[in-house]
Design a protein. Structure first.
Length: 130
């Protein structure tokens, strides 16, 4: 079953995985996304991730504590090079920016009107990117 609020975006430059959030995130949504990322970690070792939050309407409690999502999140520190979030809600942007300096993942947030810059940044070559 395809997720309701998360869909994959064509990234064109593997190992970049891009997703769009449009609506309220549910447990099936995060399980679907976690499955894609778990397979990507196995296939590629290190990947880059871009998430575009067009119309984020919250997160169900079941989605926040989904075992598959928590496992993928725990593995992300060892398997994600660059992580860009476009249109993050204020609380998420604050968390990403707060923890980015102490995380092995190079993370950056962008406003929706700067989506092109996010794609450019996450695709660019760098010490941990691309």
């Amino acid at each position: 079953m395809a997720p309701r609020s998360i869909r994959a975006l064509p990234a064109a430059l593997p190992p970049l995985y891009a997703f769009e959030v449009d609506g309220r995130i549910t447990a099936p949504d995060v399980e679907w996304m976690a499955g894609i990322l778990e397979a990507a970690f196995e296939a590629n070792g290190t990947v880059d991730i871009l998430i575009v939050m067009r119309d984020y309407q919250g997160l169900d409690v079941g989605a926040a504590f989904d075992p598959k999502a928590l496992r993928a999140q725990a593995r992300a520190a060892a398997h994600v090079g660059r992580y860009a979030v476009v249109g993050a809600p204020d609380w998420a942007e604050t968390m990403i920016n707060l923890f980015s300096p102490v995380s092995p993942v190079e993370a950056k947030t962008f406003d929706l009107e700067n989506e092109d810059a996010a794609w450019e940044w996450v695709r660019s070559k760098g010490p941990t990117g691309g």
